[in-house]
Every structure is written in structure tokens, then in C-alpha cells.
Design a protein around this ligand. Structure first.
Ligand code: UD1
Length: 355
């Protein structure tokens, strides 16, 4: 059987890696379509290089744009790209515009559709990711859920028959990369930017946090007031919005830094005293590495990180500043995101259900 994966944005390359390896181990033919949603080398190429992913079979080169332009542009190009690869099924990941575009196109062309990381919900209808994941789940033939909570959401929406819990493929990647980092120092520490255990590592990129100038200004000011260094890894969207609104992120205790390659991100998270983020993936990676996390959002899809005491949701302002310096929580051996073998189960499930 031939699985065709469609990816386009940074977190999807991370999730793709263990699927590629699991397909190879199972002798399943696998092809990759890169939509080109992310195109900067630090958001794209380095992930293929560091995680051992072969070059995409097709790159649609779509680039940035409004949701309609980006999603519609990808769909138009997939109309030709899908048949050219003769897929037995289409595999889509997570909740980006690339996910939704590929889902709609697969359904229209009558290819069985599999959604990996199905069932995540924020119940915030303002989030572009929430539209993308709800619509993709309802279009898909097979829903691979990472957790029981995700499977429960799918059941509540009448999708239980199509759902299988396989665990979280990001756990597979984090455990594998962590193993390779024995004795490796984070570049943040190596370059003398901050001392191990003494800094928070921050990433901000969501539209809800970056598109409103008052909220973005307030987030930057709050980070600047934290009582220890905050190493802020700057996503292009954050950089572009700061520049558009005349906000200088070089303030107070903020140390601005370019995005990191994946192994460097993991080693820098492990060396940090805490994580400050609005990324879904990083909330989970931090939990798996047992690094306390402060999330600048009113809600999270990854509720287990909060329930286990390792993640706190905050608004910009005093609440954020205090949360970042809170004591480390009680250790836990909870494993809500699986055992690191989710990709093998995902591939086995696809083969069993769709071949
Ligand atoms: C996208 C996903 C988000 C995911 C994030 C991971 C959607 C709706 N959002 O958000 O769910 O968490 O990726 O990073 O699909 N840009 C560059 N270079 C690039 C890519 C983007 O400079 O390689 C800039 C452009 O100014 C672009 C902006 O970043 O307009 C936003 O990029 P886009 O892909 O639309 O969304 P993200 O914010 O990256």
C-alpha cells in the first residue's frame, strides 16, 4: 500500500519523522508532499536534515498568504499532485491550513483520508487551528487520536466508529532525540547567552497573541519584567508583527534569539528553568521533559499538562510574571501521551483498516 503524507509547517515535520521511519520498518511505501507553507530553512529544511526525513517527493511552494489564498492555493495544486503519486490513502497531521486543504482535496478526489492527532479541541472558535481540526476530523475516514481525552471529544461528535487511540507521535520524537543528547550542551548555554537552570525559554507565534498590537505589547512588556533572563526564540510571524506595530522586543530581561533546530530546541528546553509559550507542541515537549511551563492562552488542547501540575495558563501582566517564577511542581510519572511507540501503532492501524 502507498501512504501519501501532506505536511507544510514546522510541527508537522516533527510528527512526520517517526511515521517515515515506521513505514520503512513495516515495508509500506510512503511519499511526502510539502505544501511550502513554511519555507524558511530554519522552519523547514533543518527538520528534514536533523530528523532523517527524506526530501519531499513534491513541493507545492505555496508560501504565505491569507487563509483563503493559502488554503485554496494548496487545494488547487493538490488536484494534480495527488493523482500523480497514486495514493492508497492520504495522511494529514495536526491543524494547520495545509492540513485542511489536503483533507478537503482528498475527500473531493475520493482518496481515503487519515487524520493524525485527531480529536484535539480548544473549543475556541476564534482560533484558525480549531476550524482546521474540526473540519478535518469530520472529513476523515480514520481518526488517529493521541489521548483518551481526544477520543472522548470525537465520540461526543459522533465519530467514535472512525477513532483509534494510538498515542502521541511527538512522544516518539522527544524520547528519540533526548537519547541522542547525552552530554550535549544547549547552544544557549554554550554561547554564554544564559546559564543552565537560570533562564526561561520563550516562543510566541499564535495569531491570537500577535495580531492585536495591545496584546502583543503587553506580552512583550510582561516578559521583559520577569526576574531572570527570558530567551525569546523569534518566529517570523512575531518578528513581522513587532515590526508592523513598532514594538521593540529588546526590552528588560528579554534576550532575542533566532529559532533553533529541533535537537537544539530540546537541549535548550532541558537546560531551562521553565518554558513560556503559546505553542501546543512545546507545552507537550516541556511536559515530557518535565520542564515547568507557562502558557499565554486562555485555554489549552493539552489539558493533561495542566491537570498534572506542570503547565499554568496565564494572561499577560502580573499573572504571567508571577507564574514564570513559581516553584517547580511535584514530580509525576504520568504518561498521558503514550509510550514512545505511537507511530508504529499508527502505521499498523492504517494498514489494517485501509489496505
Ligand atoms: C502556522 C500554523 C500554526 C502552527 C505554526 C507553527 C495555520 C493557520 N497556522 O502558523 O497552527 O502552530 O504554523 O509554526 O496554519 N513566515 C515566514 N517564513 C516562513 C513561514 C512564515 O517568514 O517560512 C511568516 C510570514 O510573514 C507569514 C507568517 O510568518 O505570513 C505566518 O505564517 P503562516 O504559515 O501563515 O502561519 P504561522 O503563524 O507560522
Amino acid at each position: 500500500m502507498r501512504i501519501v503524507s501532506v505536511v507544510g509547517a514546522r510541527p508537522q515535520f516533527v510528527k512526520l519523522a517517526p511515521i517515515v521511519h515506521a513505514c520503512a520498518a513495516a515495508g509500506i511505501d510512503h511519499k511526502i508532499i510539502h505544501t511550502g507553507q513554511h519555507y524558511d530553512p530554519m522552519l523547514s529544511d533543518v527538520f528534514f536534515r536533523d530528523l532523517g526525513i527524506p526530501a519531499p517527493d513534491v513541493n507545492l511552494g505555496i508560501g504565505s498568504g491569507t487563509p483563503g489564498v493559502q488554503t485554496g492555493g494548496i487545494m488547487e495544486k493538490l488536484d494534480d499532485a495527488f493523482p500523480s503519486l497514486e495514493p492508497d490513502c492520504i495522511l494529514v497531521y495536526g491543524d494547520t491550513n495545509s492540513t485542511l486543504a489536503a483533507a478537503v482535496c482528498a475527500v473531493k478526489l475520493h482518496y481515503p483520508l487519515v487524520h493524525l492527532e485527531a480529536g484535539l479541541r480548544s473549543f475556541n472558535r476564534q482560533m484558525p487551528e480549531e476550524h482546521n481540526r474540526v473540519l478535518t476530523d469530520h472529513a476523515a475516514d480514520l481518526l488517529l487520536a493521541p489521548t483518551q481525552v481526544a477520543a472522548d471529544h470525537l465520540k461526543n461528535e459522533g465519530l467514535a466508529d472512525r477513532t483509534v487511540i494510538v498515542g502521541d507521535v511527538m512522544t516518539d520524537v522527544v524520547y528519540q532525540v533526548k537519547q541522542t543528547l547525552d552530554g550535549v550542551t544547549s547552544p544557549i548555554v554554550r554561547e554564554g547567552i544564559a546559564a543552565a537552570g537560570n533562564y526561561s525559554l520563550a516562543t510566541i507565534h499564535r495569531a491570537e497573541n500577535t495580531d492585536d498590537p495591545d496584546r502583543l505589547r503587553s506580552i512583550v512588556f510582561s516578559l521583559s519584567q520577569v526576574d531572570h533572563p527570558v530567551v525569546l526564540l523569534v518566529h517570523p510571524r512575531f518578528r513581522a508583527k513587532c515590526s508592523e506595530f513598532g514594538i521593540d522586543p529588546h526590552q528588560g530581561n528579554i534576550v532575542v534569539h533566532d529559532p533553533l533546530a529541533y535537537p537544539d530546541l530540546i537541549s535548550s528546553a532541558m537546560a531551562a528553568r521553565g518554558i513560556i509559550t503559546d505553542s501546543g507542541g512545546l507545552q507537550k515537549e516541556a511536559f515530557l521533559l518535565r520542564v515547568p511551563t507557562t502558557t499565554i492562552r486562555p485555554e489549552t488542547e493539552w489539558v493533561e499538562t495542566v491537570e498534572c501540575g506542570w503547565n499554568q495558563l496565564v494572561e499577560p501582566g502580573e499573572g504571567l510574571i508571577e507564574a514564570v517564577s513559581r516553584p517547580r511542581p511535584m514530580d509525576t510519572d504520568a504518561q498521558p501521551y503514550g509510550d514512545g511507540h505511537a507511530a508504529v501503532r499508527a502505521v499498523e492501524t492504517i494498514a489494517a483498516r485501509l489496505s
